[in-house]
Design a protein around this ligand. Structure first.
Ligand SMILES: [Mg+2]
Length: 182
């Protein structure tokens, strides 16, 4: 089967890196980190400056590499689908290339990498590319994908969400779910 996998906070610990760099940036500006995240322009600037650093240095989550390897060995295809965009101020490198390099460094082989897809567009893409199952930590994406009649597992390893349908908390459980249901 063809499995779609989200990147940030599904494969790697992006939020932890964001918090870390946000603290640094907010000190520089002398404003509260929350005020940066609540302001579209400041937030955009933050990601334009720190995006490359955050994406390059985000830690991998537990068992990701092994589970993806085993899933591909069993004939599944892995499509990496991310909302990362090319809007970095500090570099000309693309979101695709940063993601490709990170995956290579962590010995993760995927069948496709698709960038700049979020929400409605992500759900449409799942349909267009015949994704059988999407794994995503974002409840908004989850709901859009489900509403298109596609299957989605909500990845929630930090107990962030109240939504407890079709949810998994770690990569070994993702593997078990796929073995049980497909
Ligand atoms: Mg995500």
């Amino acid at each position: 089967m063809r499995i779609g996998v989200d990147m940030d906070d599904t494969i790697c610990r992006t939020t932890e890196m964001v918090h870390n760099r946000l603290e640094e940036y907010s000190k520089q500006l002398g404003i509260n980190p929350l005020d940066i995240m609540n302001d579209e322009e400041l937030k955009g600037n933050f990601f334009a400056i720190y995006g490359e650093d955050i994406y390059k240095n985000a830690e991998i989550k537990r068992n990701v590499s092994d589970v993806i390897k085993r899933l591909r060995k069993k004939g599944n295809e892995i499509y990496l689908i991310t909302s990362r965009e090319d809007n970095f101020k500090t570099t000309k490198i693309s979101a695709f290339e940063i993601t490709r390099q990170w995956l290579a460094e962590h010995e993760i082989v995927v069948d496709a990498i698709v960038t700049s897809v979020y929400g409605e567009t992500r759900a449409e893409l799942c349909k267009k590319y015949n994704i059988d199952l999407m794994i995503d930590d974002d409840p908004y994406n989850y709901k859009k994908i489900i509403s298109m009649g596609k299957q989605c597992l909500l990845f929630d390893d930090r107990e962030k969400y109240a939504l407890k349908e079709n949810y998994v908390t770690n990569w070994l459980d993702i593997e078990k779910y796929i073995e049980r249901n497909h």
